[in-house]
Structures are given as C-alpha cells and as structure tokens.
Design a protein around this ligand. Structure first.
Ligand code: MLT
Length: 264
C-alpha cells in the first residue's frame, strides 16, 4: 500500500488481524526483510511493515533524521486509525523505536528491540560511518552491500546458509544510494537513548543473536538491565539479522510475547 504522509509517498505492508505490530527494518534493508515474520504471525497479529523513507518503495530525498523516521511511523498509525501498536525495531529500527518512545510514547503498546543498542555512535563508529558514506556516494548500494553483509550475519549463517546471504545482498544492493547515504547521516546524528531506558514502562522484549558482533549480547543485557521488567532472549547460531537467520525461533518468541500482552 502507498499513501501520501508527511510530504512523502510511504509504502507499507499491512496483513493479518489482531494486536497491531509495526516492524521497522534495519539498515540498509527494506520492508521485505520481515517476510518470514509477516507470513508466520499473520494469524495472530496485524503486521504492518513500512519502508522507511529512502528505502524500498518509499522515495524521499535526504537529509533525514531518526526523529523524522519516527514521525513517519506515527503518521502511518494516524492514517490507519491505530491508537497504539507494538513497535518492533531491528537495529536502526530500534533507534527509531527509541525516538518513537521519546516523541510519541502514547502510541507505543509494547516494544520489541532486536539486535540494537541504546548508545550513540562512538568516535570509532563515526569514523567507519564516514568511510561507508563515501562508498555509498562513490560506488553505490551494491558496494555498500558487499562491504556490510559479512558483518551483519552470524558465523553460522555465513557457513551454512548462502541462500539467506544472497537474498539479503540483493535486497541491500537494490536500495536507492541516496536513501542509504541519508540513513548513514541520520544514524550518525542520533542521540544516546540510554537516559530514556529508565522511563520505558511498557512490556519490552529484547532479542539478540548470540553471534551478533555489531550489537552484541552485552549491549542487549545493558538495555535489559535498564528497562524495568524487560525480557531478554539470546538466540544461538544467529548474528545481527537474527529474525531472518533463525526465523522460526524468533517468530516463536515474538508470538509468545504478543500473546502475553492480553494480560498486561
Ligand atoms: C542496522 O542493522 O540497522 C545497522 O547495523 C545499524 C547501524 O549501523 O548502527
């Protein structure tokens, strides 16, 4: 589906019925990343997966900010007539989930934070982003995909699941270079969300791949320690893209969490 929201044409999928769950993809991906989740959870939840501005079918010229991505999600909820939704964010999607919490917390029914972290970029991280920005601008999204993908996948997936690697490489290589560059700059400018963690008072599920080297289990444990009542699940044999590396295990945890919300 496509609608004109916040001055852009925003594209999204909306399938199933039940508790609304908004799935926010990571970088540099698009909404098709969540296909294994949408097909598994369709019987239990209303699954909404937007293409963040500059990715997939949502065309928008940079500059962007993480706050702006969050405002787009709030506008989408308005458009769909949904008061509150579970916000599920993977990595960059998690940064956006924190911005939603800061700016639109009355719209957040619960949080699912997958392979993400609350902290801002370190000096070393910013240096790597600048180099990646150059690659995006000079060589395009295919080069970004080739450079990024090995670190996104766990060692087990790299060894045993070339099909998933190929699918993801294609998805990443197809993203508009301007959107990729805009997202890198948005992530560079994002604030530290650590001070917000203690304010989170909705049910929170944190999931991380045991082999995630970008946002490792130690980051997930730090978030879990700071969010009251948060549940943490560490998925073995998965890296930074745990939802597609161990889809059945990830979906089972999410389904159980969403079902538990009727008691909260
Ligand atoms: C992502 O998966 O969204 C990225 O790894 C986030 C980041 O680069 O910080």
């Amino acid at each position: 589906m496509i609608a004109h929201l916040n001055g852009i044409e925003l594209a999204w999928d909306d399938v199933g019925a039940g508790v609304p769950v908004v799935f926010l993809h990571g970088f540099p991906l698009d909404r098709t990343f969540w296909k294994p989740q949408l097909s598994a959870l369709i019987g239990q939840a209303r699954c909404i997966a937007p293409d963040l501005r500059g990715f997939g079918g949502t065309d928008a010229a940079p500059p962007y900010s993480i706050d702006q991505y969050a405002d787009d999600v709030a506008a989408l909820l308005d458009h769909l007539g949904i008061d509150r939704a579970v916000i599920a964010g993977l990595s960059m999607g998690g940064y956006i989930a924190f911005a939603l919490w800061r700016r639109h917390r009355d719209r957040v029914r619960a949080l699912i934070l997958a392979d993400t972290r609350a902290t801002a970029d370190s000096a070393e991280g910013l240096e790597k982003r600048r180099a990646l920005l150059e690659v995006a601008r000079r060589e395009g999204s295919g080069a970004v995909a080739t450079r990024q993908l090995p670190a996104l996948l766990g060692a087990t997936t790299r060894e045993r699941n070339p099909d998933v690697a190929e699918w993801l490489h294609l998805m990443m290589a197809m993203q508009p270079p301007a959107g990729v560059a805009g997202a890198i700059e948005a992530m560079m400018a994002r604030p530290d969300s650590t001070p917000d963690l203690a304010t989170i008072n909705v049910p929170t599920l944190i999931v991380v791949g045991e082999e995630d080297t970008l946002t490792p289990p130690s980051d997930a444990e730090a978030m879990a320690g700071a969010i009251r009542g948060a549940r943490i699940e560490v998925l073995s044999q998965a890296g930074h893209l745990a939802p597609v590396e161990r889809p059945a295990a990830f979906n089972h945890i999410v389904a159980e969490f969403v079902a538990s919300l009727v008691y909260c």
